[in-house]
Write a protein of this length. Structure first.
Length: 413
């Protein structure tokens, strides 16, 4: 099964990662599969890179190479000879240890690549390039590089204070893609704010917590926990003209907050949080309502999203009329129930500007909403953070940062 799936991949170069630790029973079948494929396709078509950790003992002031030696021996017993050892370490490893690792691995010292800790992960590719690691790959697989290496990550960061109002706060990993998207815009790391704590705060306490933030992000998520806190943050950003970006669930909550507090629809809700609501502005997608098993049934992956002219979204994308964005949701905006205040750009006029949200993108689903008279109040059903890349941050994040800069330089909060 593993071999069949690998053979189905239509690519000139395939990167296969086998996780875990050499010797674990869970990895045996995968290692055996790769060993057999080498025999079938020829060793000249493979490059084995073994990643190990070389611990440093401060007490004796030395690196211990024994764990690396042991794992290489286990690999060789299985029938796999590493071509390259990528040695992770806290600090740079000296030449004697490099030569020792190479000796016991049966490879040349230049095939031992030391990867010491860096300030951030974006320094690693540049360091690998400087060590000419790419030439090892090119020479072994008989490939040629078509152009020089381009890797323009930020090194200077603007001191803008951005808050992510979420509920998965045990680790940065829950909002890692959003945090990295902000990083790639050249802005200091955002702060994670506990949506559940906001639920218990009154209006003055919310103001004291959020007043110093230049902008807020309401990320995606699931379940009722922390929802009222996120709604308070959205209301604060809307009323105080503070730049706000809503993502996935964040966009849906922007619609609920606007309906409840600006339009007086106090019973407006989502069936995700209140299945019995009489005004389900956010509801389960029609094709989902007949699904009994929820696992693996979401609307996933890249989906087409038309971008309407005369919207802030259109400006953010640099006048693109269509994009493909990554999705991950099973609830949608109930277009019929929201039709009274969600308006297409061509339907907007100078009347009742405070009583409507403009739709920036819509196909069979509402993909984006925005508030007209606001520095930046945009929600999107998709996940722009998944398409941010080094040297090319997602345009929505860039537009969000520009709006924060504009407000901080004289706009009203």
């Amino acid at each position: 099964e593993v071999k069949e799936r690998l053979n189905q991949i239509e690519a000139e170069v395939v990167i296969i990662e086998i996780g875990g630790t050499v010797g674990d029973i869970e990895g045996e079948v995968f290692l055996e599969t790769i060993r057999e494929m080498v025999l079938e396709k020829g060793k000249e078509n493979f490059l084995f890179i073994h990643i190990t950790y070389v611990p440093y003992l401060k007490v004796t002031n030395e690196y211990k190479t024994k764990p690396t030696q042991q794992s290489v021996q286990l690999l060789r017993r299985i029938g796999i000879q590493p071509d390259v050892i990528a040695a992770r370490s806290e600090l740079p490893i000296e030449s004697p240890e490099i030569r020792k690792i190479a000796l016991f691995a049966g490879i040349k010292p230049e095939m031992v690549i030391n990867l010491p800790d860096n300030k951030n992960v974006y320094e690693v590719p540049r360091n690998l390039y400087n060590m000419r690691f790419h030439t090892i790959i090119l020479d072994r697989l008989q490939l040629t590089a078509s152009r020089d290496f381009q890797w323009d990550y930020p090194t200077v960061f603007k001191p803008l204070k951005i808050g992510i109002v979420g509920k998965y706060l045990g680790t940065d990993d829950a909002y890692k893609s959003i945090i990295e998207s902000i990083f790639l815009c050249g802005v200091e790391k955002p702060t994670l704010l506990d949506a559940q704590e906001l639920e218990e705060m009154n209006e003055e306490e919310v103001h004291l917590l959020l007043k110093d933030y230049g902008g807020l992000i309401i990320p995606g998520g699931f379940g009722k926990r922390g929802i009222e806190g996120k709604l308070k943050a959205i209301g604060y950003a809307r009323e105080r003209r503070k730049p706000l970006l809503g993502i996935c669930l964040g966009m849906q909550l922007m619609i609920l907050e606007f309906a409840r507090n600006q339009l007086g629809m106090k019973e407006a809700d989502s069936t995700e949080f209140n299945p019995e609501t009489e005004r389900p502005l956010i509801d389960l997608m029609e094709e989902q309502k007949k699904t009994l098993q929820m696992g693996g049934t979401m609307r996933l992956g890249a989906q087409r999203a038309p971008i309407f002219k005369n919207t802030r979204l259109y400006e953010a994308y640099g006048d693109l009329e269509e994009v493909f964005e990554r999705h991950r949701h099973r609830y949608e905006v109930n277009w019929e129930l929201c039709r009274s205040f969600l308006k297409l750009p061509e339907e907007a006029n100078e009347e009742n500007r405070s009583k409507r949200l403009i739709v920036g993108s819509k196909n069979e689903f509402v993909e984006s909403v925005e508030l007209e008279d606001h520095p930046f109040f945009i929600g999107v059903q998709y996940h722009p953070e998944f398409l941010s890349k080094v040297g090319h941050p997602h345009p929505l994040f860039l537009s969000f940062i520009r709006a924060i800069n504009g407000v901080s330089k004289g706009g009203s909060l």
